[in-house]
Design a protein around this ligand. Structure first.
Ligand code: IMP
Ligand code: MG
Length: 173
């Protein structure tokens, strides 16, 4: 079976957009400290690029979650690796690679809201609105994309293609 990846969003476009997002975030949190929560592993590339461009004191923490697709496709989420530190009193920004059904972000929002952050917002590099099952209010979105399976810039197909420097469409034929 053949696998092919075609460019959807070039490296330059991705990095320009991340710069814009970082500028917006810098303005919105002016005078504050910010904690970025990187959702492993897909958000690693996005998080580091964004963090470098935000002109504020930034802290990083990491969380890993997995989803179970049951027979009913209930899509239950489980924590594989929790945050190292408390977020109580912090300005927290959750960094995701892509919002698809919305299950992961809505789960994380509920979970982290209960830990009493000073503020809690959502940031995603990509959004596939056509696939949404649960409504989530995303504060910062890089690109809205059509319903295609994408890889690169952290996103994987079976753990591969994460290190591509652009966002590509995965073709299986
Ligand atoms: P959600 O909980 O359905 O919103 O799923 C979000 C997660 O599904 C992302 O963090 C990705 O790990 C994965 N995912 C969704 N769409 C894609 C895709 O097109 N390529 C790679 N991973 C994807
Ligand atoms: Mg993910």
């Amino acid at each position: 079976m053949g696998e092919r990846v075609s460019v959807m969003i070039s490296e330059e476009e991705v990095e320009n957009r991340i710069r814009e997002m970082a500028e917006q975030i810098t303005k919105d949190y002016a005078g504050e400290e910010l904690k970025l929560i990187c959702i492993l592993k897909g958000s690693v590339f996005f998080t580091t690029e964004l963090a470098k461009r935000i002109d504020l004191p930034v802290k990083l923490d990491f969380m890993s979650v997995s989803s179970y697709e049951g027979t009913q496709s209930t899509g239950r989420i489980k924590i594989v690796k929790d945050l190292d530190d408390s977020i109580a009193g912090d300005n927290v920004l959750i960094i995701e690679d892509i919002v698809d059904s919305g299950r992961t972000l809505s789960y994380l929002l509920d979970l982290l809201m209960n830990r009493n952050p000073k503020s809690l917002r959502l940031c995603t590099l990509l959004d596939k609105p056509d696939r949404r099952v649960i409504d989530v209010d995303v504060d910062y979105t890089g690109f809205r994309i059509p319903d295609e399976f994408v890889v690169g810039y952290g996103l994987d197909y079976d753990q591969r293609y994460r290190a591509l420097p652009y966002i590509g469409i995965m073709h299986l034929d």
